[in-house]
Structure formats: C-alpha cells, structure tokens
Design a binder for this molecule. Structure first.
Ligand SMILES: [Zn+2]
Length: 209
C-alpha cells in the first residue's frame, strides 16, 4: 500500500479521456488499494485514477462520517444509467488544493459499475446527497472533465482559482447546462435559507487550513 502523488490542475493528464479496464487484475486491485490509501491520507471524499496519473476508468469514494468506520466504494468501468433533477453543489477537488466553487449537478443518479472483485453492481444515489455529487464529480474525471467546467459563475470560479495560483478556467471546456441552471434558480428562490447556509459553509472551508 502506498500514498500516490496527486496530480494538480494544469497537468494535461487531467484532460484526457480514460480507458476501460479490460480485466480487474491483481495490478488493478493494487492500484485501487493505493488510491484508497491516497484518498484517506488527503482526507478526500473521492479520487479518480487520472488524478494519480493513470488514465483508467476507475474511481473510489467514501462519503461516511470521518469520525466513524470507513466505507470505501470502488467503481470500475462505471456508467451513469439514469440522472434527474438539479442542484447547486459547492465542490472542491484534491487536484485543486483549497479551491471551492459552486457547480451545477443532477440531483439523482443511478450508476452501474464493477467492484474490486470484478462483479457488476448498480447503485442509486438521491436527493443531492454527498454521494450523488461525488459520483458525478469522479465520473467526470474519467471523461477529462473537471468540476470547474460546471461552475455557475465564471467570474467567481476564476477568482477562486487565481487566489490559489491555479490556471484560469478553460472557456472551451465549460458545459452548457441551461436547464439545470433554470431549475436551480427556481429552487433557490424558494429556499433562500439554504443559499445562506451554503455560503457560510464555503466561507468556513476557505478559511480552514
Ligand atoms: Zn476531483
């Protein structure tokens, strides 16, 4: 088991599309174990193989409470088979040290993948919970997409990136998500208290060391 080096934003590896895993071999299992070690070491909620320099369709997630027992989830050759609803989600990424920004995501997803033993499984995540957001975030990494490509406000995203000396957003990578944006705006109009709560949480995250 070892802690791998996490590649940072600006490295072209993060923009490459990852390849399917042909066989869940011993080598792949070792990579998955190292990815889990790396994710826990850096207190991440998820980590995708390209982030450790392997353009393979693998990611790991653990959304359990950090004070409780671990609950690692492994997704190999994942496919999102259903998605619906819209939420605003503020996200960060181990490849973007300290930078958080508001992004658009689906509220519910269903995903099909192989586990570490090469067995197929289906997982459903709902209501905008952390797992829903993590699945979309990590899945994106396999497509060469990054959370900032879903930013709700380019100005805000660029400000955050500049603050941490990270390269600015690549305009041609931005995802057009007007229907998600419309749904989010409607929802936030009806729930201003949630917007306020989230803004406070972002502020706390940014001042944390
Ligand atoms: Zn990430």
């Amino acid at each position: 088991m070892s802690i791998l080096k996490v590649i940072e934003y600006g490295n072209p590896i993060l923009r490459q599309k990852s390849k399917e895993v042909i066989k869940v071999s011993k080598k792949i299992k070792n990579l998955v174990m190292d990815m889990l070690d790396t994710m826990y070491h850096y207190n991440g909620v998820g980590l995708a193989a390209p982030q450790v320099g392997e353009n393979l369709r693998i990611f790991v997630i653990d959304v359990s409470d950090p004070s409780g027992p671990i609950n690692p989830l492994v997704f190999i050759n994942p496919k999102i088979i259903k998605k619906s609803g819209a939420i605003n989600s503020y996200e960060g990424c181990l490849s973007f040290p300290k930078a958080y920004t508001n992004v658009r995501r689906y509220k519910n997803v269903m995903i099909k993948a192989l586990d570490i033993n090469g067995r197929s499984f289906i997982k459903e995540a709902k209501d905008g919970e952390l797992l829903v957001r993590a699945i979309q975030h990590e899945f994106d990494h396999l497509e060469g997409k990054l959370f900032i490509d879903h930013c709700r406000n380019r100005f805000e995203a660029n400000q955050v990136l500049a603050k941490y000396n990270l390269p600015p957003i690549e305009e041609d990578e931005l995802v057009s998500e007007d229907f998600l944006e419309e749904e989010i705006i409607e929802y936030e109009k009806a729930h201003p208290e949630e917007v306020e709560k989230r803004n406070k949480e972002i502020e706390e995250l940014e001042t944390r060391d």
